[in-house]
Ligand binder design. Structure first.
Ligand code: SF4
Length: 694
């Protein structure tokens, strides 16, 4: 046991792992972080934490961190360590050259959901005002972009409707495509507390997640649907609610567009949308769907929580809208205990979307084509903005292969590991003349970079994160940046090397600019956050103290909008060559591609991605637990160890994606959500054959 000793000082800050946003007291001795203690006054966690936030901070001082800038003229050459001055001058010259030769639209960038709101805001400002194009996208593209689209269409704003505490007033909890006990553990514990108090539970998931059956908790309904059929299941639930007269017509008449409701009700009432008819598609017994629908409509306060099992599909946006339809049809919006709640993956997914990281939107989700909004920014920034929406990440990569997109600035995202169809990503990156990577580690994407700018950890900066309940929380500097600069300072240095004149001396000034330009943030300030601990947006004249629950007196868009969401099967088909469907998820102790959690320096973090498969599928292939198997799809193959389980049904296999050796994205397809291009990570037709190992 290592003697920790008495801390000399402590700083209260926010966890940088998941969208729960737990508050911690970071205890220091000298410049060494000795302990992270969950903070009782943290409004998101109230003194609780999971293992990641509490123990997995060793990556901040890991030997793999790159602390000096590096450049190279070609990706075939070795890196050359240079001064910050030289790296910034080299980068700015290259950006200017590409702009002169190919125009501003040949340049773009990607913001990070791991960075602060202020850092994200500055990156999109640099792309729009410095590079001169709207080719800015965010890593939320590959996770919750359908949430942004779906909820803004139906309710009028791209965010969850409730605070976390709201779950304690829920009578029926529906969890769809999420695994809160592994991926959002502190909120998952709160949900379990409510379930132990007697709330009913409906789980819609191809896999039997822990919530379905765990000590003192048994789901009332588990609908183990075929991957890719979320819309069909939700439509069949809606069919039961409407045809059995269980819809809350009083709520709908008062709060929603009645004509649109009637169109939707006629659509879901069609016998072809009955659970019996759709059973052949969803593989969920019709009686279970009917029971779950009746329970949700009549069981009291009904709350829906969902995750990437909803969004990462070719019908991701349709599924989000189906969920919103269901909540409106049952009157479950606008008070405690109800609502539609996306469980955000990364610490600042909500914030990165709020900050104008999408190519068509400025901060606060206002379209770039809107002249009045553009003028507000143009006057403040002293530049003329492009009025055309820019390119999304996959389109930037396509354009690079075509030769029309030549340079990208990527802050805090490893797109080679985290984006779909690795071959497509590497081809796009390899075709560019300038790839600037700003990160803690020389990640996989950096293999294609010409400039590497060292990044800083959440412990080395001030700023704010916004969690899944729209809670803006302070991030406070615990130690000096090991590389010399916080990420926001590096972006500012780059902007100034390009001839801009930015003079921020503290992120509070960037936050003040965000508040000045963003209607949902007008009442937010660094001083207020320090005094009050956190604020839940919108914070403005209408909601001076913020809004824990949204859409209380009316939807942000006015009347709630029912949208017909027809089930359209994915183009990813099983067949004789690829007869099984692969879906993916996370484990509690690891985080995404593991860049941080695998570098904790703690043996407890040694884990392995395994391939879960049903005994029938395993036996048919002569496989047993512990054997190596080759996982092949139409796009590639990888090797994993088998774990035989009854968590998945025959025909469905499952793995996690925390280790680079797994390369799960080598096998995923390039199909994506029809509205947002969010990749269809959750459905891949695969074959599994015995292997001797990697
Ligand atoms: Fe951090 Fe999320 Fe764990 Fe809280 S639940 S400690 S925010 S990883």
């Amino acid at each position: 046991v290592k003697e920790i000793g008495k801390p000399e000082r402590a700083v209260v800050t926010t966890c940088a792992y998941c969208g729960v946003g737990c508050t911690f007291r970071a205890e220091m001795r000298g410049e060494q972080l000795v302990r992270m203690v969950p903070w009782k006054e943290g409004k998101a966690n109230r003194g609780h934490s999971c293992v990641k936030g509490r123990f997995a901070y060793g990556y901040a001082s890991h030997q793999d961190r790159v602390l000096n800038p590096m450049i190279r003229d070609s990706i075939d050459l070795p890196w050359r360590e240079v001064s910050w001055d030289e790296a910034l001058r080299y980068t700015a010259d290259k950006v200017r050259q590409i702009k002169a030769e190919s125009g501003a639209r040949a340049l773009g960038g990607i913001t990070s959901s791991r960075c602060t709101n202020e850092e994200t805001f500055l990156v999109q400002k640099l792309i729009r005002a410095g590079f001169g194009a709207n080719n800015v996208d965010t890593c939320a593209r590959v996770c919750h972009s359908p949430t942004g689209y779906g909820l803004s269409q139906t309710f009028g704003t791209s965010a969850g409707t409730q605070d976390f505490d709201s779950v304690m007033d829920s009578d029926v909890i529906m969890v769809i495509g999420a695994n809160p006990t592994d991926a959002h553990p502190v909120f998952g514990s709160r949900m379990k507390r409510r379930l132990r108090q007697g709330a009913k539970l409906i789980v819609i998931d191809p896999r039997r997640i822990d919530l379905v059956r765990s000590p003192n908790i048994q789901a009332d309904y588990h609908l183990p649907l075929q991957p890719g059929t979320n819309v069909a299941v939700l439509t069949s639930i809606a069919h039961v609610i409407v045809t059995e007269g269980l819809a809350d017509e009083a709520f709908i008449r008062e709060r929603c567009d009645w004509d649109e409701y009637q169109d939707w009700a006629a659509f879901v009432s069609d016998p072809k949308n009955s659970p019996e008819f759709l059973e052949a598609v969803t593989r969920v017994p019709a009686e279970a769907v009917r029971g779950a629908a009746r329970l949700f409509a009549t069981g009291g306060n009904g709350a829906i929580y969902y995750g990437l099992g909803v969004t990462e599909h070719s019908q991701g946006s349709s599924t989000v809208m189906s969920i919103a339809n269901l909540a409106m049809a049952t009157g479950n919006i606008g008070r405690r205990g109800v609502g539609v709640n996306p469980l955000r993956g990364q610490n600042n997914v909500q914030g990165s979307c709020d900050m104008g990281s999408f190519p068509h939107e400025l901060s606060g989700y206002r379209h770039i084509s809107d002249g009045a909004t553009r003028k507000l920014f143009e006057d403040d920034w002293g530049v003329k903005l492009d009025s055309e929406p820019g390119l999304r990440i996959p389109n930037m990569l396509d354009a690079a292969v075509d030769g029309t997109f030549r340079g990208i600035y990527i802050q805090g995202e490893d797109i080679l590991q985290s984006d779909p169809d690795t071959k497509h990503v590497s081809a796009g990156l390899a075709a560019m003349d300038l790839v600037i990577v700003q990160d803690l580690f020389l990640n996989e994407t950096a293999n294609y970079a010409h400039v590497f700018l060292p990044g800083s950890t959440f412990l080395e900066k001030d700023g704010t994160f916004t969690n899944a309940e729209r809670r803006i929380q302070p991030v406070r500097k615990v130690m000096e940046p090991a590389n010399g600069y916080a990420d926001w300072e590096v972006t500012q240095l780059l902007a100034n090397a390009m001839g801009l004149d930015w003079n921020y001396t503290h992120p509070s000034q960037i936050l003040a600019e965000i508040a000045r330009l963003t209607p949902t943030f007008t009442g937010v300030s660094w001083e207020r956050l320090n005094a009050e601990g956190s604020l839940q947006w919108p914070v403005n004249d209408k909601f001076p103290d913020g809004a824990p629950i949204m859409h209380v007196d009316g939807f942000v868009r006015g009347k709630g909008k029912f949208i017909v969401t027809e089930y359209v099967p994915t183009d990813e088909k099983t067949g004789p060559r690829f007869p099984l469907l692969l879906t993916t998820g996370r484990i509690l102790s690891q985080y995404n591609v593991g860049a941080q959690t695998r570098r904790t320096g703690n043996v407890a973090w040694h884990s392995e991605d395994v391939l879960e498969m049903h005994a029938t599928d395993a036996e048919n292939r002569g496989l047993k637990s512990g054997d190596w198997a080759k996982l092949s799809s139409r796009t590639g193959d990888t090797t994993l160890r088998v774990q035989v389980t009854d968590r998945v049904a025959p025909g469905v296999v499952y793995t996690t994606f925390h280790h680079p050796t797994t390369q799960a994205n080598v096998v995923t397809t390039d199909f994506s959500d029809w509205a947002t291009n969010c990749p269809e990570y959750k459905v891949t037709a695969v074959q599994i054959t015995p292997s001797n190992g990697p």
